[in-house]
Design a protein around this ligand. Structure first.
Ligand SMILES: [Zn+2]
Length: 112
């Protein structure tokens, strides 16, 4: 009984060993440099969200445009699932939001 158990254990641990310890390529010593030297290149992002956006913007924009069109056609708000006001693509809430946003944007433009 014990023999069998040992065999089984060997089998398991043996398998595990070969799986877990493939020779590590210790040559790869890349220290991750983050934002140290890359000034001047345009691949610098303030955060990972921006990076994601820049890497995927073509796809994202396509998707967004698609959503926008279908939603606008259906007469629902393009930012949420509520019904849009007639003639525009926003619901009450998002129309106001958009107004605020536009006002802010205009102020910014004037200041600069
Ligand atoms: Zn909305």
């Amino acid at each position: 009984m014990v023999e069998m158990f040992k065999k089984l254990l060997n089998k398991i641990t043996g398998k595990e060993d070969t799986k877990k310890s493939p020779k590590r390529k210790s040559n790869k010593k890349k220290t991750t440099k983050q934002g140290t030297k890359s000034k001047g290149t345009k691949t610098e992002f303030e955060n990972r969200f921006q990076k994601f956006y820049h890497l995927n913007k073509t796809r994202l924009n396509k998707e967004r445009r698609g959503n926008y069109k279908t939603k606008a056609k259906k007469g629902s708000c393009v930012r949420c699932k509520r019904k849009a006001k007639p003639g525009i693509v926003f619901c009450d809430y998002h129309q106001n939001k958009q107004k605020e946003y536009n006002a802010k944007a205009r102020k910014k433009l004037k200041k600069k």
